[in-house]
Design a protein around this ligand. Structure first.
Ligand SMILES: Cc1cc2nc3c(=O)[nH]c(=O)nc-3n(C[C@H](O)[C@H](O)[C@H](O)COP(=O)(O)O)c2cc1C
Length: 406
């Protein structure tokens, strides 16, 4: 197979030393790795480190005499199968967002046709600054792939989002981009979406404000990444995404039956539907009349607990992900649900935010893991949240299963 070329851009952050490990891992994986450093990056790590690890000249100065004949100012842009910038400073993010080309790295990115993966790393206040958020938003909208930083202790002593993503996550993103993102090929995935409706009489029902957007984004992203997708959807006004098989259901009971029917062949199940917890105990076949009553007392009963049913039947190699929509004690409640339902991880969203959760095009979620780890993702579009969820499902699947067992 032809060796792929990764242009590794290293910028001037304290995490620059971690780029040496990335360079080494990429070389071990068989890529040709050519490093471009910003001037600031050379204050943190010497070019010689990368030159030695990659066996390739390292370029810093765009105007320097080329060390080998083909390192012209756009040669790397043309050679790239993918450009990875790790760590990406606030500064490079700003420059790329606004089309600067004042050094070798920015020029390479501006001139390349290859996909670009950015792994930001910086102090939390910098990362959360609206200028950085907007710049990252601009880049995302232009198709840059952002590997979100982790939340944790930073070199400056503070704690918060901004720590460079782990090398595994960065390499996975690079490889996914290189594979043309068909990383779910051969998978059968099951996604639930939308609200359920619990009938009270022939014209009335109990339901909730879910629009199905999150579940539909999950289905559409999985299909684009090569999965065979079945979307079990409550009533929504959304179109079924291309090449997704949609099964339409109305009540929680119907949704439960469909999930259990499709579960045996599923590689992974992501339950993004907002399933009603309660339904009227009695269904009135006649429309309930208002005449002769001042009040109407409804008695409700629990609907089937789909995740509990799934937990009982799920095979060890199947990945199951739940969602938790909470208006208070988000992480705590989500974690309790995660353990009780034996989920691989849970995606928790705070439905009290107006820019996240129901009916919104964006979502801010936390990903909660069985070991108690909480990953806080920034405010993202639902498609980006979907991509982040599938990345993690893939990782869990790989960890569950040795690569030799298919
Ligand atoms: C000790 C030190 C650590 C720094 N760490 C970071 C960092 O982690 N992230 C960041 O965005 N900027 C950081 N900076 C600031 C950048 O080095 C500065 O913005 C520089 O202009 C970036 O240049 P570049 O983007 O061309 O590499 C740091 C500066 C210093 C002196």
């Amino acid at each position: 197979m032809e060796r792929k070329t990764v242009i590794l851009g290293v910028t001037g952050g304290i995490a620059a030393y971690k780029a040496a490990d990335l360079a080494s891992r990429l070389v071990q994986k068989g890529y040709t790795v050519k490093v471009v450093m910003t001037k600031a990056a050379t204050r943190f790590v010497a070019p010689l480190t990368f030159q030695t690890l990659t066996g390739q000249p390292v370029v810093v100065d765009m105007f320097a005499a080329p060390p080998v004949w083909n390192v012209a100012h756009v040669a790397y842009a043309e050679a790239a199968d993918v450009v990875l910038i790790a760590p990406a400073t606030a500064d490079i993010i700003a420059k790329l967002a606004h089309g600067f080309a004042d050094d070798m790295l920015t020029t390479t990115v501006l001139a390349t046709q290859a996909p670009v993966v950015l792994a930001p790393a910086m102090n939390s206040n910098m990362y959360l600054n609206p200028a950085v958020r907007e710049n990252l938003g601009l880049l995302r909208a232009r198709g840059f792939y952002i590997v979100e930083p982790e939340t944790g202790r930073l070199a400056c002593g503070a704690s918060g989002p901004g720590r460079l993503a782990p090398p595994e996550a960065i390499l996975e993103a690079v490889e996914r981009v290189l594979r043309g993102a068909q990383d779910l090929a051969g998978w059968r995935v099951l996604v639930t979406a939308g609200p359920t409706r619990e009938p009270l009489d022939p014209v009335r029902f109990l339901s909730n404000r879910s629009t199905g957007k999150m579940g539909y984004a999950l289905a559409s992203v999985a299909a684009r990444r090569g999965a065979n997708v079945t979307l079990i959807s409550g009533p929504t006004s959304l179109e079924a995404p291309p090449s997704v098989k949609r099964v339409e259901v109305t009540s929680a009971e119907e949704m439960c039956a469909q999930v259990l029917a499709h579960l045996p062949e599923a590689t992974a199940l992501v339950m993004a539907a907002a399933v009603a917890d309660w339904r009227p105990r009695a269904f009135s076949p006649e429309k309930i009349k208002k005449e002769g009553r001042e009040t109407l007392r409804l008695e409700l009963e629990r609907t089937p607990d789909i995740l509990a049913e799934v937990a009982e039947r799920k095979r060890a190699e199947q990945v199951v992900v739940g969602f938790a929509a909470e208006s208070s004690h988000l992480a705590e409640r989500a974690r309790e649900k995660l353990v009780r339902k034996r989920l691989d991880f849970i995606v928790a969203n705070d439905i009290t935010r107006s820019d996240a959760g129901f009916a919104s095009d964006s979502n801010q979620v936390q990903i909660i893991w069985p070991d108690g780890r909480v990953e806080e993702l920034p405010l993202l579009t639902k498609e980006e949240v979907a991509a982040a969820i599938w990345d993690r499902v893939l990782r869990v699947k790989k960890e569950n299963q040795p690569p030799s067992a298919n």
